[in-house]
Write a protein that binds this ligand. Structure first.
Ligand code: CAO
Length: 415
């Protein structure tokens, strides 16, 4: 079977998490991703959070599947010559260095364009142009600067970061889309272009509904679906909404049977208006179907605490899975709080390739998240991450170097 990005060659200068998630996706769609790493050390994540001594960490392996690895000192003169050849032979250069690093290496946009006018240069930076553009940024900095942290958590607590890596993996996704769009545009223009995804922008994009709420708050001074309504206080910025749904259908997290001993015995419950009658029937509150204080969504808004407390009295008698099953019989939207353990063991996720077991020569078998995007004509086979420099000789041969050249580069510690 062919792959969507067959024939696309990616020069992958990414490291840590944000950039590697982008190039891993492109590799899963069939691109040939050549990861350039420093000899000796490689991507810093190879040795971060290690669970087995001297073995590439899960941090690294889970972000770098289906790639090839070449070691190269891109600051040495021979290394720059090799890099020139690679730039000429690739379609896309992806990088997430600190601002200016690629320029300092001598590979400015202007120079790259001269070497290969068709090349797309795609970058992740912490911030776009503006006061913070020179700053280095990691995941949680982006979550804080992009609006996520100020809107996550409980009203009486501090801002919270989320476990979903919206700054890194989220921006990697954004960049991948930009790259694919640029490849498509190149079909008609024949030219490459620069693609930039700033982590602050990516997080803000994912927090779009909170900017919606900021403007609603500015106009009305109150938002009826927020937990601050009707008894709490609104300030002049969107407050933290705890587990409120954030959409037009109120929702909350309720306890289920066993919550005292199981930190994940909870269910997300959505009091969706079209199934209000069924909700009342299931939780044993038939009188709420017609009661003027509960019969309409607007009437219920000031009483959501009461509604969810009553739902919880019912869910406390069921496990989260029992509740899920019973509620879905009536098309009532809900979702169990699933732990990583439960997800890792879920057979349906194994069947779809969303959770995959991969074999690695030094680590052995481990689990990873496969390609979350499924395509009918471009299947994804997840293959292990490369060892450091595993493909150096092969890649150098592809761009025209012979065995003796390669031996000389090795002796000079260029590769
Ligand atoms: N050969 C020679 N030098 C190399 C090289 C190679 N193969 N690969 C990288 N280098 C050099 C770079 O050229 C750079 O050198 P200079 O600083 O002298 O120009 C140096 O290594 C370090 O690069 P860096 O500044 O990107 O790395 P860092 O560890 O100091 O910072 C990070 C890491 C992530 C904070 C920074 O890269 C960054 O802000 N990136 C953009 C935002 C981003 O992607 N953040 C998410 C990271 S995941 O949480």
């Amino acid at each position: 079977m062919t792959k969507a990005l067959d024939g696309v060659r990616i020069l992958d200068f990414t490291h840590v998490q944000s950039g590697p998630t982008c190039t891993q996706l492109l590799a899963w769609f069939g691109a040939d991703v050549i990861k350039v790493e420093r000899a000796g050390t490689g991507d810093v994540t190879r040795e971060q959070l290690r669970d087995i001594p001297n073995v590439d960490s899960l941090y690294f392996t889970m972000l770098n599947h289906n790639k090839r690895s070449i070691t190269l000192d891109t600051k040495s003169a021979p290394g720059k010559q090799i890099l020139e050849k690679l730039v000429k032979s690739c379609d896309v250069l992806v990088e997430n260095f600190a601002p200016g690093a690629l320029d300092r290496m001598g590979f400015t946009w202007e120079r790259i364009q001269k070497l290969n006018p068709r090349m797309i240069v795609a970058s992740i930076k912490g911030f776009g142009p503006g006061p913070y553009e020179e700053c280095k940024v990691y995941e949680n900095v982006a979550q804080c600067a992009g609006g996520s942290a100020s809107t996550t958590g409980f009203d009486d607590g501090p801002p919270l970061v989320t476990g979903a890596q919206i700054g890194d993996s989220g921006t990697g996704l954004h960049l991948a889309l930009g790259i694919v769009a640029a490849l498509y545009q190149r079909n008609s223009t024949g030219r490459g272009q620069r693609v930039l995804a700033a982590m602050q922008d990516g997080v803000l994009n994912l927090c779009r509904v909170k900017l919606r709420d900021q403007q609603r708050l500015a106009r009305d001074g109150v938002m009826h679906e927020y937990p601050q309504y009707p008894h709490g206080r609104f300030g002049d910025a969107v407050p933290r909404a705890a587990n409120a749904s954030g959409g037009g259908q109120p929702g909350s997290i309720v306890k289920c049977k066993g919550w005292q001993n199981d930190p994940n015995a909870y269910l997300y419950f959505i009091a969706q208006a079209p199934v209000w009658k069924q909700i009342c029937q299931v939780i044993g509150k038939e009188e709420w179907i017609t009661h003027p204080d509960y019969a309409t969504p607007n009437a219920r808004l000031p009483r959501l605490d009461d509604v969810f407390a009553t739902v919880e009295a019912w869910t406390l008698t069921k496990t989260k899975f029992e509740a899920m099953e019973l509620l879905n019989e009536h098309d009532i939207p809900c979702g169990p709080i699933l732990s990583m353990k439960e997800l890792a063991e879920e057979p349906s996720l194994r069947n779809t390739g969303t959770i995959v077991e991969v074999d690695h020569p030094t680590r052995g078998k481990y689990l990873t998240v496969g390609n979350p995007i499924k395509m009918s004509d471009s299947a994804t086979d997840v293959t292990r991450s490369p060892l450091l420099g595993e493909h150096t000789d092969e890649i150098l041969a592809e761009v025209g170097y012979g065995v003796q050249d390669i031996a000389a580069f090795r002796a000079q510690k260029v590769i």
